[in-house]
Design a protein around this ligand. Structure first.
Ligand SMILES: [Mg+2]
Length: 421
């Protein structure tokens, strides 16, 4: 795979994008101007291959030029605005969102003899969960099979943060990880390359984790601080910026959505004003994306939250709305996600083209599915879904909650140390 830059016509703006594409295809396209249709965006907007030369990266080259600034408005191509949808379709779409919002977070795990209005329902849930685990076996009970797979291979670990390393809590600012979990993550990071890939801003997730041994990708992978490869020389093309981490170590910063920063700041401001009067609604600035948390909103106000957010977004065709666990997320329409971040980090680590590498991704959320898909599609590693309720996933294994994640990480570290001794 190689990276290639495309010009993306989005609404009335032209933006530059990076895509992973087959290197042979990149060689054919390099330097030419070709019109493609971007089928992945809901806008069906055209995508032009950037005519600039030398933009397809050989896999061994991972240094980049400084990102371009947000283009002046006079440079945008004018494309017709989207026609408004018939109101009935809008109603159906809004109803679908409302269903998602109501169902977005699994019920909390039962504690001891907590009262349940209907024990039969609870038993049914347990039965469905156990049936589901036939399809998504526990990574703990399947640990021997996993280590058989990992034997003789180099492991790379990718970990989501919220709901994976820390429990989901009412106030996202309080989602701290335990000291025991931090110790377990530090231990695996001393044995395998380990990265955290979170929807939060990179700085915020680092404040929670506080481990300099890791690589961090914030804003759903749109803000990556990765390693500088030993084989790199200076002066190579592309959009990584050489920087230093908190310990002064040289790193590469990759921010494929940097041109959206002013727009995201503006939307954050507008959304904050729009939902201010809704009890329990909470905004979070995640740098390249904006989160609207509704975990503490009364269910009868969910529709109001969704309406306010979509009203603000009508003026921003280059932004899209996605849905996580009791959170609506606004992010740029770019072909970049946690799956692309995994590919990018594997390549940065020099692990993307070897058969002896086994990447494992552990996550609990819908956005983690992009990473599960990448590992599954290329058949090079596998995902572990953290969930206490049955849900469809592209992961291969499952773990019930962060406590089981910690146990899995500890077992993995112990196995590796025994192997190496
Ligand atoms: Mg999560």
């Amino acid at each position: 795979m190689g990276l290639m830059r495309f010009m993306h016509v989005c609404g009335d703006k032209t933006l530059r994008r990076w895509f992973f594409i087959d290197k042979r295809f990149a060689a054919v396209l390099r330097g030419s101007l070709v019109l493609l249709m971007d089928l992945k965006t809901s806008l069906n907007s055209p995508v032009f291959v950037d005519p600039l030369p030398s933009l397809a990266l050989p896999s061994a080259v991972m240094t980049y030029t400084t990102p371009t600034s947000f283009p002046a408005s006079g440079l945008y191509l004018n494309t017709p605005k989207k026609k408004p949808l018939p109101s009935k379709i809008e109603e159906v779409r809004a109803a679908g969102w409302l269903d998602l919002m109501l169902a977005s977070s699994p019920p909390r795990k039962r504690q001891g003899k907590e009262f349940l209005p209907n024990d039969i329902q609870a038993d049914d849930l347990d039965l469905r969960y156990h049936n589901w685990m036939v399809k998504y076996p526990s990574a703990l009970t399947s640990f021997e099979a996993i280590t058989e797979l990992a034997r003789g291979k180099r492991l790379a670990l990718f970990l989501d943060y919220d709901g994976t390393l820390s429990p989901i809590v009412d106030n996202p600012a309080n989602a701290v990880m335990s000291d025991e979990m931090r110790a377990a993550v530090r231990h695996v990071a001393s044995l395998f390359p380990t990265a955290i890939i979170s929807g939060r801003s990179r700085d915020k997730v680092f404040d929670f984790v506080k481990l300099t041994e890791l690589y961090y990708a914030g804003s759903h992978g749109m803000d990556i601080m990765g390693p500088v490869r030993k084989s790199e020389s200076s002066g190579h093309p592309v959009e990584c910026v050489r920087s230093t981490d908190s310990e002064g170590k040289e790193v590469n910063l990759f921010q494929p959505a940097s041109e959206f920063l002013p727009m995201i700041a503006e939307v954050f401001h507008n959304l904050s004003g729009s939902i201010r009067d809704i009890d329990g609604a909470r905004m979070e600035d995640n740098k390249f994306c904006v989160s609207v948390h509704y975990r503490n909103v009364a269910p009868h106000d969910y529709e109001k939250v969704h309406q306010r957010v979509t009203n603000v977004l009508k003026d921003y065709p280059c932004l899209r709305l996605t849905h996580g666990r009791k959170v609506l997320e606004v992010r740029p329409v770019i072909d970049w996600n946690k799956g692309k971040a995994v590919e990018f980090l594997l390549e940065s680590l020099g692990l993307s083209e070897s058969d002896d590498v086994l990447p494992i991704y552990v996550g609990d959320d819908k956005t983690d599915e992009d990473a599960f898909k990448v590992l599954k599609a290329n058949n090079r590693g596998f995902g572990i879904l953290v969930s206490s309720v049955p849900k469809d996933s592209d992961a291969f294994y499952s773990l019930k909650d962060p406590a089981e994640v910690m146990e899995f990480l500890s077992k993995l570290a112990a196995w590796k140390e025994e192997e190496s001794s």
